[in-house]
Design a protein around this ligand. Structure first.
Ligand code: HEC
Ligand code: HEC
Ligand code: HEC
Ligand code: HEC
Ligand code: HEC
Length: 498
C-alpha cells in the first residue's frame, strides 16, 4: 500500500509489467534454448500442422462448406486432435531429454541466451518449423482423404471380414441398391453416428478376430439408424407413387412347368395433391407405433394408429393378447421404411421363388421336363460346404436327365448345363453354411405369402376395444387383377388388344 502511494498507480503497474516480462524471459529462454533438439522440433511440426488443418476444417465446418462423410469425420474430429496432443507432448519430452543430456555432459549454459532472431540457431529452428508445416498440412489432408475413401468403400465393408459379411455382401450385389454404399444405409451422414458405429465396430473386429460372432448375424439390426436419416437421404417418403402394377410369374411342378401369372395393382400411394395421405405409404408413415415381443419383430400383439382426426386408435391382438406389464414396459417402435422394406438390399429368396425368377429370366429353360420341381428339390438338399454345392448341383441335374429323360439329355445338353449354372448362382446367393444362413433364415416383411409380413398386424385379429380391426381387405392394399392365370386377360387389355 505504502509503495503504491509513493510512486502512483500507473508507475507501479509499469514496474510490475516489466518484472513479469523478465520473469517470463527467465522461463522462456531455457525452454527456447533447450527446444532446439530433434524430438521437440518434430513435436512442434506435428502440433502446428495438425493445428492448422484443424482450424481450416473447423472454420469450413462452421460455415457449412465441410460436411464430412463419416470416415473423414472420425479422422478429422477424433484422430487429428490426438495427433495434435501427441505433438504437444513431444515438445517437453524433448526439452527434458535435452536438459538431462546437457547436464550429463556439463554443457548447460549458466546464462541462457536471449530470444533474438538475429541468432542463427533460432532462425534455423523457426525456418525448419515453417517449412515442415507447409509440407505437412497438405500431406495430412491428402492422407486423411485417401485413407477414408478406402474405408468408406463397399469392398472394405463387404470383404474385409470376408466370411462374416458374405451373405449380406452377395445379396447386396444382386439388389436394386448394388450401387449404394453400405455406409449410406448403415451409418448415414455426420460424425456422431459414425463414432457410435465405430465403437460397436471395434467390438465387431474383436468378435471376428476371436471367432465370437453369432452365426447367422442377427436381424433386425437393433441399433440401426432411423430411416429418416438414411433411406430418406435419397427417397422422399411422401412422394406420391400412386398405383403400381406388379406381375409375378410362377411355374408349376408338372412335366411342362406350366407357367402362370399373378397380376396385382399395388396401392402404394403417398401424399396426394390435396395433401391427404393415401395408400400403403400414406397409411403408416409417422402414424403407426407397435410393440413386438420377439427379437425378429415378428410377433406384434399391440399397435397404435394416429387417425386423421388426431385421435389415437389402439389395436390389441385377440389371438395373442398383450399382457398389462408388456403395455407398461414394452418398447414402442415408430414404424418406418425398414419395418416393411427390411430387405431392401439383402434380399434372400425361398427356393421356389428363386427358381421362378431364373425361369422367368430364361436362364433355366422351361422346355426341360420337370425342371422346376427337380431344381427346387436339389436346392433344398443339404450341402456341407459351398464347394460341394458348386460341383454337386450341376452334376445331380445332369444325372437326373441322363437317368430319366435320356433323349432330352442328349438333345438339350446346353440348356441342362446352363440350368446347372443357374442353380449354383441361386444357391450361392442364398445359402451360406459357414454362417448358418439357409432358406428362410431372414424373413422378408414386404408381403404376406412367404412370411407373416403385413399380416403381422393385418391378420383380422387386431382389434380396438370398440371392435374395429386393422383391415385385412385384399383391395385395401392391392387389386388382385389376375391370380395364377396362364394368360391373364388383363395384360392383353393393357397392351391394347383384347
Ligand atoms: C439400401 C440400404 C442398405 C445397404 C446399401 C446395405 N444394407 Fe445392410 N442392411 C440394411 C437393412 C435395412 C438391414 C436390416 C435391418 C433390419 O431389419 O433392422 C440390413 C442388415 C444388414 C446386416 C445384418 C444381418 C441381416 O442380414 O439382417 C449386415 C451384416 C449388413 N446389413 C451388412 C451390409 C454390408 C456389408 C453392406 C454393403 C456391402 C450393406 N449391408 C449394405 C440396409 C442396407
Ligand atoms: C444413396 C441413395 C439411396 C439410399 C440411402 C437408399 N436408396 Fe433405395 N433406391 C435408390 C435408388 C437409386 C433406387 C432405384 C434403383 C433402380 O431402380 O435401379 C432405389 C430403389 C429402392 C426401392 C425400389 C426397389 C425395387 O425393387 O425396384 C425401394 C423399395 C427402396 N429403394 C427402399 C430403400 C430403403 C428402405 C432404404 C433405407 C434402408 C433405401 N432405399 C436407401 C437409392 C437409395
Ligand atoms: C407399410 C409398409 C411400408 C412402409 C412403412 C414403407 N413402404 Fe415403401 N412400399 C411398400 C410396398 C408394399 C411397396 C410396393 C412393393 C412392390 O413393388 O410390390 C412399396 C414400394 C416402395 C418403392 C417403390 C416405388 C415405385 O414407384 O416403384 C419405394 C422407392 C419405397 N417403397 C420406398 C419407401 C421408403 C423410402 C419408405 C420410408 C419412408 C417406405 N417405402 C415405407 C410398403 C411400405
Ligand atoms: C405394425 C403393424 C402394421 C404392419 C406390419 C402393417 N400395417 Fe398396414 N396398417 C396398420 C394400422 C394400425 C393401420 C390403420 C388401421 C386401418 O386402417 O386398418 C394400417 C392401415 C393400412 C392401410 C390403409 C387401410 C385403409 O383401409 O385405409 C393399408 C393399405 C395398409 N395398412 C397396408 C399395409 C401393407 C401393404 C403392409 C405390409 C407391407 C402393412 N400395411 C403392414 C398397421 C400395420
Ligand atoms: C395389408 C395389405 C395386404 C392385404 C390386406 C392383402 N395383401 Fe396380398 N400382398 C400384399 C403385399 C405387400 C404383397 C407383396 C407384393 C410383392 O411381392 O411385391 C402381396 C402379395 C399378394 C399376392 C402375390 C404373392 C406372390 O408372390 O404371388 C397374392 C396372390 C395376394 N397378395 C393375395 C391376397 C389376397 C387374396 C388377400 C385378401 C385375403 C390379400 N392378398 C390381402 C399386401 C396385402
Amino acid at each position: 500500500m505504502a509503495k503504491r502511494d509513493k510512486s502512483g498507480p500507473s508507475e507501479g503497474g509499469e514496474a510490475a509489467l516489466q518484472g513479469l516480462r523478465e520473469d517470463l524471459a527467465q522461463v522462456l529462454r531455457p525452454l527456447v534454448y533447450l527446444s532446439g533438439n530433434l524430438l521437440s522440433r518434430v513435436g512442434v511440426v506435428v502440433t502446428t500442422s495438425s493445428a492448422v488443418t484443424l482450424v481450416v476444417v473447423y472454420v469450413s465446418a462452421f460455415f457449412g462448406s465441410f460436411r464430412p462423410n463419416p470416415y473423414v469425420g472420425i479422422l478429422v474430429f477424433l484422430i487429428l486432435p490426438g495427433v495434435f496432443v501427441l505433438g504437444l507432448v513431444l515438445i517437453p519430452v524433448g526439452i527434458i531429454r535435452e536438459f538431462r543430456r546437457r547436464r550429463r555432459l556439463g554443457a548447460l549454459p549458466s546464462i541462457y541466451p536471449t530470444i533474438d532472431f538475429s541468432q542463427r540457431e533460432l532462425r534455423r529452428t523457426a525456418l525448419f518449423i515453417a517449412v515442415m508445416t507447409a509440407i505437412n498440412v497438405p500431406l495430412f489432408a491428402v492422407a486423411s482423404y485417401r485413407g477414408t475413401v478406402y474405408m468408406d468403400s463397399v469392398q472394405f465393408c463387404g470383404l474385409t471380414c470376408h466370411q462374416v459379411m458374405a451373405p449380406e455382401f452377395t445379396a447386396y450385389q444382386r439388389s436394386p441398391h448394388a450401387r449404394v454404399a453400405c455406409v449410406d444405409c448403415h451409418i448415414g451422414p455426420g460424425a456422431p453416428w459414425f463414432v457410435r458405429s465405430k465403437l460397436s465396430g471395434s467390438y465387431q473386429v474383436l468378435a471376428v478376430t476371436f471367432n465370437l460372432y453369432p452365426r447367422p448375424i442377427p436381424t433386425p439390426v437393433h441399433n440401426l439408424r432411423p430411416a429418416s436419416e438414411t433411406c430418406e437421404e435419397c427417397h422422399w417418403p411422401e412422394r406420391f407413387s400412386g398405383d403400381k402394377l406388379v406381375i409375378r410369374s410362377k411355374y408349376a411342378d408338372d412335366e411342362h412347368n406350366t407357367a402362370s401369372k399373378t397380376v396385382l395393382l399395388m396401392h402404394i400411394g403417398g401424399r396426394n395433391l390435396d395433401l391427404t395421405l393415401v395408400g400403403i405409404h400414406g397409411a403408416h408413415l409417422g402414424l403407426v407405433t407397435y410393440i413386438s415381443t420377439d427379437e425378429k419383430r415378428q410377433q406384434i400383439p399391440w399397435v397404435s394408429h394416429r387417425e386423421p382426426d388426431g385421435t389415437i386408435a389402439e389395436y390389441a391382438s385377440t389371438e395373442n393378447p398383450p399382457k398389462p406389464e408388456l403395455l407398461a414396459s414394452g418398447v414402442r417402435r415408430l414404424m418406418d421404411c425398414m419395418d416393411c422394406h427390411n430387405r431392401p438390399s439383402h434380399i434372400f429368396y425361398l427356393p421356389e421363388t428363386a427358381v421362378d425368377r431364373e425361369m422367368a429370366a430364361g436362364r433355366i429353360s422351361a422346355s426341360l421336363p420337370f425342371v422346376h420341381k427337380v431344381s427346387v428339390e436339389l436346392l433344398k438338399k443339404n450341402y456341407p460346404t459351398r464347394q460341394d454345392a458348386e460341383t454337386d448341383l450341376p452334376e445331380a441335374l445332369g444325372e437326373y436327365y441322363r437317368k430319366n429323360h435320356l433323349s432330352v439329355y442328349n438333345s438339350q445338353q446346353a440348356e441342362i448345363e446352363q440350368a446347372g449354372r443357374a442353380l449354383v448362382y441361386i444357391y450361392e446367393g442364398n445359402v451360406f453354411p459357414a454362417m448358418n444362413v439357409t432358406w428362410g433364415t431372414y424373413p422378408n416383411n414386404l408381403g404376406h405369402m412367404d412370411f407373416p409380413g403385413c399380416f403381422r398386424c393385418h391378420d383380422g385379429n387386431h382389434k380396438t376395444k370398440g371392435g374395429k380391426e386393422i383391415t385385412q381387405d385384399c383391395n385395401a392394399c392391392h387389386n388382385l387383377l389376375a391370380m395364377d392365370e396362364a394368360d391373364p386377360k388383363i395384360l392383353h387389355e393393357l397392351a391394347g388388344g383384347n
